[in-house]
Design a protein around this ligand. Structure first.
Ligand code: NI
Length: 184
């Protein structure tokens, strides 16, 4: 089932997210629906707040980039209650977008290496050190669980330029093929 994606301006994107445990109701179908929703919107990452749930959960699937790098084909994962332990390496600039902020793409600097622990779909605890695009998408989705959007990192000057677009987005003036939810 495709779930509508909550759009910039909706308070759920700035809400406190809670940890979940294995007894969370309907988790398996929720995860299945999140993947379906993400693929339908041509995304490579999706967090629970973006579908209206303030819980610590996000999913990633980099396999659409498998043509560029075959290792991306294996980078499909569910992250429950994730915790970034350390970010290291160089600050790297990368162009980011977000399914909740349609039509906005900006270069954002982030550290290149991320160490994090999380529970996988089977609630098995994992600790990984990742880099490259995988780390980048993890950082972006992890931010969603902490009320942070990539546009929050823009300089005041850049933010000023983007603000006009954001004001249109809040009013629903954007074109996307996937179902969305606006702030009432
Ligand atoms: Ni996003």
């Amino acid at each position: 089932m495709i779930i509508p994606i909550y759009i910039y301006g909706h308070p759920i994107l700035r809400s406190e997210c809670k940890n979940i445990d294995a007894s969370y109701d309907g988790l398996e179908s929720l995860i299945e629906n999140m993947f379906e929703t993400m693929y339908n919107a041509n995304g490579i990452g999706l967090s629970a707040p973006q579908i209206g749930l303030a819980i610590n959960l996000f999913i990633i699937d980099l396999s659409p980039y498998g043509d560029e790098d075959p290792s991306f084909l294996d980078m499909k994962e569910v992250f429950i209650n994730p915790e970034i332990i350390e970010e290291s390496g160089q600050e790297i600039c990368h162009n980011e977008g977000c399914l909740s902020i349609p039509g906005v793409r900006e270069d954002i600097e982030r550290k290149s290496v991320v160490k994090l622990k999380y529970l996988d779909q089977n609630f098995i605890e994992r600790e990984v050190e990742i880099s490259g695009l995988f780390a980048r998408v993890v950082q972006h989705e992890y931010d969603h669980l902490n009320k942070t959007l990539f546009i929050d990192y823009l300089s005041p000057l850049k933010k000023n330029i983007v603000n006009r677009k954001l004001n249109s987005i809040i009013k629903g003036k954007f074109k996307e093929e996937y179902p969305t939810v606006l702030k009432k």
